[in-house]
Design a protein around this ligand. Structure first.
Ligand code: RFL
Ligand code: PHB
Length: 389
C-alpha cells in the first residue's frame, strides 16, 4: 500500500493528526497495535485546554464535548487546612473542559470512516524502515500476513513504549529524564464528585487529587510508593485515605462507591530531542512525558500535532522543507514550558522520601504565598489553562 503519511498509533496524537491531515485532503493511514476496545479502555487524562478543544471544534468534532464536557473556571490547591482557589476564568479569561480522554478518543475514532481516515487495528510487529531516505516505509503483521506501507513521511504517535523513538539512532538525539520515587493510585467510581472543581491536595501523608469525568462519575488519585501493590488498597482503605488527605471540607462531601477501575501509574518527566529524524516525525508521548500533576500530557499531544499538521501541509502543498525542519524546535518550545510547570507543581504538591523538615516548610510557605498573591495565582492559571500555540 502507498500513502502520503503513515501514522503509528491511534491514541489521541495519532487520531487527531490523522483527522487534521485528512481535513487538508492528504492521504493518511494509521496503524495501531491494539483493538479499538483496548484503546478505549485506558482511563487517562481528564482536563482539556482551550487549544485542544479548539482543535476538536476546527475539525467539526466538538459537539458532544461541548454538550457533555464540564467547563471549569477554576480549581483548588489544598494545603491540609484550607482550599486555595485558582480562578482561571478571572485571571486568564479562559476555561478548561473536563472531558475524558476516552470520550475524546471515541469521538475521533467514530468520525474516522466518514472522513476517509483509514485505521488498521491489531497490527502486530510494526517496524520502521529507511526513515533517513526519501522513501521510508513500515511493515506490520495482520492475520498472519506481512504488510508494507510506503509513505513520504512516517509519524510516530505510538506513546512512550512504541517503536518509533527507538528507530532513531543513539547519538543523533538527546533524552532528558527524571523519574519520581512515587506513583499515582487512581480510582474511578460512579459517584458524584466531592467538589464541582478539581482539588490538588498537599498533605503530610502525601498528595491527593479529586477529579471527575461527569457529575455522576468521580476520578480520585493518591500518591503511593512505587512498590505499592493494588491488592493492598481495598476500596474502603482508599476512600479513608482520600478523606484524610483532601481535608475536612472535601471529606464531608465525599460519596463512596465501588471502584470501576483502579490502577497505579508511575510518574516521569522525559523529553527526547529533536523530534524529527529524516522522514520520521515524533509527536505526543513518544517524544515526551510529563507527570500528570499539571494535566498537560494529552494537551501537549494536541499542540504537537497541530504544529506537525502545519509542517506536513506546507510540505505537500509547497514542498516547504523549512516547515518540516522547523517542526521540532517549534513544538519543543511549548513542551519545555509544560515540562517546567508539571515538574514545579509536582514538587510543590508531593511528599518526596528525602524531603526534610525544611523542604516541608518551603512547600507550606510557597502555598501560603500563592494564597496571598494574585501574581502567583496568575502564573499558575496561565500555565494550567495552556500557553498559546
Ligand atoms: P498514547 O495515548 O499512549 O497512544 C499511543 C498509541 O500507540 C499505540 N502503540 C502502537 N501501535 C502500533 N505499534 C506499536 N508497536 C505500538 N505501540 C504503541 C498504543 O496502543 C496507543 O494506542 O499516546 P499519545 O497519543 O501521545 O497521547 C498521550 C496521552 O495519552 C497522555 O499524554 C495522557 O494520557 C497523559 N495524562 C493526562 N494528560 C492530560 O493532558 N490531562 C490529564 O488530566 C492527564 N491525566 C495522564 C493523566 C496520564 C495518566 N497515565 C496513566 C499515564 C492521568 C494518568 C493517570
Ligand atoms: C484526571 O481526571 O484523570 C486528571 C485530572 C487532572 C490531572 C490529572 C488527571 O492533573
Amino acid at each position: 500500500m502507498k500513502t502520503q503519511v503513515a501514522i503509528i498509533g491511534a491514541g489521541p496524537a495519532g487520531l487527531l493528526l490523522g483527522h487534521l491531515l485528512r481535513a487538508e485532503g492528504l492521504d493518511v493511514v494509521v496503524v495501531e497495535r491494539a483493538s479499538p476496545d483496548y484503546v478505549l479502555g485506558r482511563i487517562r487524562a481528564g482536563v482539556l485546554e482551550r487549544t485542544t478543544t479548539d482543535l476538536m471544534d476546527r475539525l467539526g468534532l466538538g459537539e458532544r464535548m461541548h454538550r457533555e464536557g464540564l467547563p471549569h473556571d477554576g480549581f483548588h490547591l489544598a494545603d491540609g487546612e484550607r482550599l486555595i482557589r485558582i480562578d482561571i476564568g478571572a485571571l486568564t479569561g479562559r476555561q478548561v473542559v473536563v472531558y475524558g480522554q476516552t470520550e475524546l478518543t471515541r469521538d475521533l475514532m467514530e468520525a474516522a470512516a466518514d472522513r476517509g481516515l483509514e485505521i488498521v487495528y491489531e497490527a502486530g510487529d510494526v517496524a520502521l524502515h529507511e526513515v533517513e531516505s526519501d522513501a521510508p516505509y513500515l511493515t506490520y503483521r495482520k492475520g498472519g500476513r506481512l504488510e508494507r506501507i510506503d509513505a513520504e513521511f512516517i509519524c510516530g504517535c505510538d506513546g512512550f513504549h512504541g517503536p518509533s523513538r527507538r528507530a532513531i539512532p543513539a547519538g543523533v538525539a538527546t533524552a532528558y529524564e527524571k523519574i519520581y520515587p512515587f506513583g499515582w493510585l487512581g480510582i474511578l467510581a460512579d459517584v458524584p464528585p466531592c467538589e464541582h472543581e478539581l482539588i490538588y491536595a498537599n498533605h503530610e501523608r502525601g498528595f491527593a487529587l479529586a477529579s471527575m469525568r461527569s457529575e455522576q462519575r468521580s476520578r480520585y488519585y493518591i500518591q503511593v510508593p512505587l512498590d505499592e501493590r493494588i491488592e493492598d488498597w481495598p476500596d474502603d482503605r482508599l476512600w479513608d485515605e482520600l478523606a484524610t488527605r483532601l481535608g475536612p471540607q472535601a471529606a464531608a462531601q465525599i460519596v463512596r462507591g465501588p471502584a470501576l477501575e483502579k490502577s497505579i501509574a508511575p510518574l516521569r518527566s522525559f523529553v527526547f530531542e529533536p523530534m524529527r529524524h529524516g522522514r520520521l516525525m515524533l509527536a505526543g508521548d513518544s517524544a515526551h512525558i510529563v507527570p500528570p500533576t499539571g494535566a498537560k500530557g494529552l494537551n501537549l499531544a494536541a499542540s504537537d500535532v497541530f504544529y506537525l499538521s502545519e509542517a506536513l501541509t506546507g510540505w505537500f502543498r509547497r514542498r516547504d522543507g523549512d516547515a518540516v525542519a522547523g517542526y521540532s524546535r517549534r513544538a519543543l518550545a511549548r513542551i519545555w514550558k509544560a515540562e517546567r510547570f508539571s515538574w514545579q507543581l509536582t514538587r510543590l504538591m508531593h511528599r518526596f522520601p528525602d524531603n526534610d523538615a525544611f523542604d516541608r516548610r518551603m512547600q507550606i510557605a510557597e502555598l501560603d504565598y500563592i494564597a496571598s498573591s494574585e501574581a502567583a495565582q496568575t502564573a499558575i492559571a496561565e500555565n494550567y489553562v495552556g500557553l498559546p500555540l
